[in-house]
Structure formats: structure tokens, C-alpha cells
Design a binder for this molecule. Structure first.
Ligand SMILES: [Zn+2]
Ligand SMILES: [Zn+2]
Length: 385
């Protein structure tokens, strides 16, 4: 019999990441207080803060995330260079490393292979995973081979620290110096460099932590991702994370026009002048049927104990019929809407009637589906023998 006692591997800290992530908030706090007391805060510091906040933030959400990780659209070279520069200035590693981690997050969500596995707790997924080297710092780039073909991405990876330092810390100080000399140079460094880094960092981190804990699950319950409007506000629209996990290739995270999603607006705006192309949108039929399936699964898990197996299977059949009918009706509606503008006036009248009829049909499918869910919530009444 072996006498060896199994010991847990000691925690290996990644010292560079740890020092950087601990030091930036401390320096940002001390620096902003000292600078404010010594020189006062002017519009220069605030402007530099917001420009760098948006440039670095959007480079992560639009560039690193929706463009490079998910290929949700295509962008011309100057935009890709912009994302590479300001993304480096966000101090979240190179595009290659970030996207490799992120693709694993989607593939293995909440499981062992997920680098920011939310099932290991809030703080692990927020930033402990960055501080602790579980794989000795080795990164497997096999899932980002497509990205390695882009010279912008290769070059950024090679010089990531120098680019980050220059764009993220030196440049805001230089802009400050050009506007108001030494006081605003220091202000630019403190506000555009340090304070902004902390805000962009923890905005991104909140998507990995808070967006897997708080919010609604309307599109999928197969993982812990949630939709949160308030989180979207601090993260350039990334808070609609449940939708994103269900439809990761979509260039939008907030799908309604009024959903706060500056990343979506940025991508759309540049597509109007052809700087962006091939914007991927999930068809309405897929979105609506995913919502129906999710509503059904949620109620089924709550009510399955109060019904017999055969009753549950009857509910399932009825709901599947509704979902299929809805898919068909929405696809038909989409088809007819796209035909509308290309048709002659006679044909248009017929199409308008077909559209109105399909809308009525969609409403009745919706009520039928709602009635099934209501029936599921009621306890089964067995007839008296
Ligand atoms: Zn996620
Ligand atoms: Zn993603």
C-alpha cells in the first residue's frame, strides 16, 4: 500500500499580471487625488479620459470580441489597425491570446476548459483567472489559426507590451502636454492612462463574472450567461450576454433598436460607408423560437413534478408544434417583407395582405403557446372515479 498523500498543486501566481492589476487601481486613486489637489481637474483630463475610454473599450468589444473572436463582420485595414493599437492600450493581452481564451470560453462555457469558468465563483471568473497560472502560462493558439493569417494581428502579438505602453500610457500624456503643458500631461497620464485602464478592465471582467450571475435568461438555459441592461450600460453593450451566448456570430448583442449597444451602433455606422461589411444577423425566426424553447424548458422544469409523464409529453408535442408553426410563419414574413420593395404595385397589394394575414397567424400562435404554458402551471385535475 502506498503511503503517499495526495497534495494539491501550490497556487502559482502570475506576478506580472498580479502586480499590474493590483497596482493600477492604487496608482489611479493616489494619482487622481494628488493631481486634482495639485493642479485641479479641467475639461482636458475629462476629454482625454472619455476619448481613451471609448477608443480602448470599443477596441475590445468591437475589435477583439465581435470582429476577431466571432467574425461577426469584416472590417477594412485602418479599423483593424485601430483596434490592434487601442486594444493593446486596454492591457488585456494580444488579440491572439484574448481570442483564444474567448473561443474556449464559448466552446466550454462553465466547464473545466473554460478559462473564466463562472461555476468556479464570481471572483475566479472576474479576475483571479488572470492572476493564477494554472497551465504554466502556456497558451494553445490552435483555435486562432485563422487570425494568425492577418499581419496586423501577428505584429500586434509580437510587440504587444510596447504598443500597449505607448498607446495606453504615453499617448494620453503627450496629448495632455500638447494642450496644456506639464499639468495636463500628468492629468492625461493619470486619467487617460491609469483611471481609464481600471474602468475598461473591470468593465470587461464584469462580463465574465456578473453577466454569468445576474440577469435574465431568455434565449438559452444551457449555460450560466445572463442578459443585463444595466451591465450593458457600462460595457459598450456587452451586457446582453445570454443572447450573445445563444447567437455568438451576431454583430449585435442588444437586438432591439433601443437596447444600449454602442458596439452594435459603431459596427453599423461604419458599414454605411462600407468600412465594415458582411454584418451577420440572426434571423428573427431563430431568435423567437429560441425564446419559446427557453420559456418552455423553464416552465417544464418547474412543473414536471405536478404532471404525469404522458401529460408532459403531450405538452411537449403541443409546444413543438407551436414552435414549428412560428418558425414557418416568421420565415414567410421575412420573405414577403424583402419581396415588398422589389414588387410591382399590383403584386404589392397581395403581399401586404399576406403580411397582415401572417401577423394575425403569429398572434394566434403566440396565444396558443401562452395557453400551453398556462396549462402547464396548473396542477392536473384527475377525473373522479
Ligand atoms: Zn460568457
Ligand atoms: Zn463572445
Amino acid at each position: 500500500m502506498s503511503n503517499t498523500i495526495e497534495t494539491k498543486d501550490p497556487i502559482k501566481l502570475n506576478w506580472i499580471n498580479t502586480i499590474f492589476l493590483v497596482l493600477t487601481p492604487v496608482l489611479a486613486l493616489i494619482g487622481s487625488i494628488w493631481h486634482g489637489v495639485t493642479y485641479g481637474i479641467t475639461w482636458v483630463e475629462l476629454s482625454i479620459f472619455f476619448v481613451w475610454y471609448f477608443a480602448c473599450g470599443l477596441s475590445i468589444t468591437v475589435g477583439y470580441h465581435r470582429l476577431f473572436s466571432h467574425r461577426s463582420h469584416q472590417a477594412i485595414l485602418p479599423l483593424r489597425i485601430l483596434y490592434a493599437l487601442f486594444g493593446a492600450g486596454a492591457f488585456q493581452n494580444s488579440i491572439l491570446e484574448w481570442c483564444s481564451d474567448h473561443r474556449r470560453h464559448h466552446k466550454e462555457t462553465d466547464k473545466e476548459g473554460d478559462p473564466y469558468n463562472a461555476s468556479r465563483g464570481f471572483w475566479w471568473s472576474h479576475f483571479f483567472w488572470i492572476l493564477i497560472d494554472e497551465d504554466d502560462g502556456k497558451v494553445d493558439y490552435s483555435n486562432v489559426r485563422d487570425l494568425q493569417k492577418d499581419w496586423v494581428i501577428r505584429l500586434q502579438h509580437r510587440f504587444i507590451f510596447s504598443i500597449g505602453f505607448l498607446v495606453g500610457m504615453v499617448a494620453p500624456a503627450l496629448v495632455g502636454y500638447a494642450i496644456g503643458g506639464i499639468p495636463t500631461a500628468i492629468g492625461g497620464f493619470v486619467w487617460g492612462g491609469l483611471v481609464r485602464t481600471v474602468f475598461v478592465h473591470h468593465g470587461t471582467f464584469l462580463i465574465n463574472s456578473a453577466a454569468h450571475v445576474w440577469g435574465k435568461q431568455s434565449y438559452t438555459i444551457n449555460n450560466s450567461s445572463k442578459d443585463s441592461q444595466w451591465l450593458a450600460f457600462f460595457t459598450f453593450g456587452e451586457g446582453y450576454h445570454n443572447f450573445h451566448h445563444a447567437f455568438q456570430a451576431d454583430y449585435r448583442n442588444g437586438i432591439r433598436w433601443w437596447h444600449w449597444d454602442p458596439s452594435k451602433w459603431w459596427i453599423r455606422a461604419w458599414s454605411l460607408v462600407k468600412f465594415n461589411s458582411n454584418l451577420k444577423r440572426t434571423p428573427t425566426a431563430s431568435i423567437e423560437t429560441a425564446k419559446m424553447r427557453t420559456s418552455y424548458s423553464k416552465i417544464a422544469s418547474k412543473s414536471e413534478k405536478q404532471h404525469s409523464e404522458s401529460t408532459m409529453s403531450m405538452f411537449e408535442t403541443r409546444s413543438n408544434e407551436c414552435i414549428s408553426a412560428m418558425r414557418e410563419a416568421l420565415r414567410f414574413l421575412d420573405d414577403k417583407r424583402s419581396q415588398l420593395n422589389k414588387s410591382s404595385s399590383n403584386a404589392r397589394q397581395i403581399i401586404v395582405k399576406q403580411i397582415a394575414h401572417t401577423k394575425d397567424k403569429i398572434m394566434s400562435i403566440n396565444s396558443e403557446f401562452q395557453a400551453i404554458l398556462d396549462d402547464m402551471m396548473k396542477p392536473t385535475v384527475y377525473p373522479a372515479v
